[in-house]
Design a protein around this ligand. Sequence first.
Ligand SMILES: C[S@@+](CC[C@H](N)C(=O)[O-])C[C@H]1O[C@@H](n2cnc3c(N)ncnc32)[C@H](O)[C@@H]1O
Length: 198
Amino acid sequence: MMDQYFSQSPDVVSDPKTWRFELRDRTFRFTTDNGVFSKHEVDYGSRVLIESFVLPEAGGALLDVGCGYGPITIALAASFPERKVLGVDVNQRALQLARQNAEQNRIDNVLFKESDILAGVSDQKFAAILTNPPIRAGKQIVHQIFEEAKQSLLPNGELWVVIQKKQGAPSAKKKLEELFNEVAVVAKDKGYFIFCAK
Ligand SMILES: C[S@@+](CC[C@H](N)C(=O)[O-])C[C@H]1O[C@@H](n2cnc3c(N)ncnc32)[C@H](O)[C@@H]1O
């Protein structure tokens, strides 16, 4: 089987690496491994999303869809200790690393759960849902994330998405505009767009 970062259990040999990275003025220690997305450093798009995120009016938990080894979930949990932050992914190796990363950074307002898109958290509503979506899984999955997110937002809740222009930002924006009343471009940096939809 071809190894993909979004496979449920990567079959590449494990070779964990630990490194430091600064996000929202705090230094984190992340452990990553083969078979997970962006294993050498925090992905540039995720960085732009993390740095530009502001809490919405709605109170309540935050959700990171496709959390990988946890950089978005963990950085936001550290910034907003009064909020609970959930991270979901299909990749079990990534989820294991995310739990380890939360522990080694002493972040305890997080929960990581295996879930195909939002299926595993369909009983909950969120103040904000964030995603650096799995582009390589296909446009249909990305659009499904947007659709399921819309159903899982609290009133005044917001969906925050990072997507590169060359990886389909215009078509993602169009889909978001079909689903939501308001879609703002919050940031643009090196070809990465941050959309906030409500
Ligand atoms: C672009 S990566 C982002 C990872 C992480 N948030 C980061 O910033 O490094 C997208 C993630 O989506 C996950 N993914 C792929 N298909 C998924 C699905 N159907 N449901 C949930 N997560 C999925 C992948 O395993 C991958 O970890």
